[in-house]
Design a protein around this ligand. Sequence first.
Ligand SMILES: Nc1ncnc2c1ncn2[C@@H]1O[C@H](COP(=O)(O)OP(=O)(O)OP(=O)(O)O)[C@@H](O)[C@H]1O
Ligand SMILES: [Mg+2]
Length: 199
Amino acid sequence: MKIVTVTGYKGGVAKSTTAIHVATFFSELGKTILVDGDPNRTSLSWAERGSFPFSVVSEKQAMKSIGGNDYVVIDTPARPDTSDLQELATGCDLLILPTTPDVVSLEPMLQTASDLGETATFRFLITIVPPYPSKEGEVMKQELKQSDVPIFETLIRRTAGYQKAALAGVPIRDLKNADLRKAWRDYKEVGKEILEILK
Ligand SMILES: Nc1ncnc2c1ncn2[C@@H]1O[C@H](COP(=O)(O)OP(=O)(O)OP(=O)(O)O)[C@@H](O)[C@H]1O
Ligand SMILES: [Mg+2]
């Protein structure tokens, strides 16, 4: 069983969206469960509106439900506290830290990375990246790389597809609109990177 936790020190940076789409990727490979530890219950209510290719449970139901799964994805609320982050990191195989590409995020990210240090397996994921000709996503990635911060190569583009998917209660992969569905490729690439890390 592999456990991937999605967290971060900030709200609204696509933690829940990332957890849902990483779980969708895993569901194509094995039995997958998403543990919704977000007090907003984002994933649970998304799933209630439609259908997910994996099961979703609350934190309280997790103990009873995770046995027998190949992949466990845990969604969490924002954790500003470093000791919380360290504790989370030791409880999983990979910690994913979504972040949006803005300069104000850079300093806290560097701090988080140095706090987590060598003890944890973690990667930052740049999400909600504005489209070309904006270079914000790429610039942020290069800056983090230069600071030796572990980061996914794949950037998650900004698209209205995620709101549409949330309304429909499905992952973006299952939208009827082919144009919106295209963005699924981003999380698929992230999924491949995750498999390399979990090897
Ligand atoms: N790639 C994207 N492009 C456009 N909008 C996005 C993208 N990813 C997420 N969003 C939107 O951004 C908002 C926040 O996303 P989400 O709920 O996943 O963030 P979160 O980090 O889990 O927030 P919270 O801290 O409240 O739990 C949602 O409205 C979501 O639809
Ligand atoms: Mg959330």
